[in-house]
Design a protein. Structure first.
Length: 229
């Protein structure tokens, strides 16, 4: 079967860009990158194209996905290209300290919109398209970057901790519903801070593990845990 398109929601110099590069190196020739920073997107695009080493088309879309209208517009822009979607990689989150009882409610709401409402909105759009794509592509997938914070909560990052725990539950429910229909909804659970100098938790290795998880999607696994050893 032909490869469909990859959509990376939450591109950037860490995991997002590296995942796009890994998929490009393994045969994906149509990639969409979404993030808020326009210059950063151009850097991401250049990196992916350079890594691919072959003809590839990378489109960039500037959007704040915590804004429902902005996200809807970005997804509509992709749909108008009429490419078959094979994989949506949702990688958006704000990783910052947040002190319990002092962190503003408005900021918690922002984090929840970014990690949960935006994922739900993306799934509303993507799942029907992935169902249609089943006969055309081999591995229709919605993959979500998550963490192990649901098991090991960090009070100093409580907003990220509880929004990521909620996001995990959302993905688990989608897996229950859509795995029997041939759609792989899964978690890339990253067990700690990501840095280029880490042996395991570095962007390139996480991208490699994400590719393997995608490749083995027919196993129906909920998640892959990636931890520093």
């Amino acid at each position: 079967m032909d490869r469909g398109a990859l959509i990376v929601i939450g591109s950037g110099p860490g995991i997002g860009r590296s995942v796009a590069s890994a998929f490009a190196s393994n045969g994906f020739t149509r990639i969409f990158l979404i993030r808020r920073n326009a210059q950063g997107l151009e850097d991401d695009k250049a990196t992916v194209i350079a890594t691919a080493g072959k003809d590839i088309r990378v489109d960039t879309i500037v959007a704040d996905i915590s804004d429902q209208q902005a996200l809807a517009k970005a997804l509509q822009q992709i749909e108008e290209e009429k490419y078959v979607i094979e994989c949506v990689f949702f990688n958006a989150a704000r990783v910052e300290p947040s002190e319990m009882l002092k962190f503003p409610i408005e900021e918690i709401e922002h984090d929840f919109r970014t990690t949960n409402i935006a994922l739900y909105q993306t799934a509303q759009w993507a799942i029907p398209l992935l169902k249609v794509a089943k006969g055309t592509v081999s591995k229709p997938s919605l993959l979500v970057t998550n963490s192990l914070l649901y098991k090991y909560p960090v009070p100093q990052m409580f907003s990220l901790t509880f929004t990521k725990a909620a996001q995990r539950t959302l993905v688990e429910m989608m897996t229950t519903l859509y795995a029997p229909e041939g759609i792989h909804v899964g978690l890339i659970s990253v067990g700690g801070p990501v840095a280029p100098e880490n042996k395991v938790l570095n962007p390139k290795n996480i991208a490699k593990e994400t590719w393997h998880f995608f490749q083995n999607s027919m196993n129906g696994d909920l998640e892959i845990e990636i931890v520093e050893r």
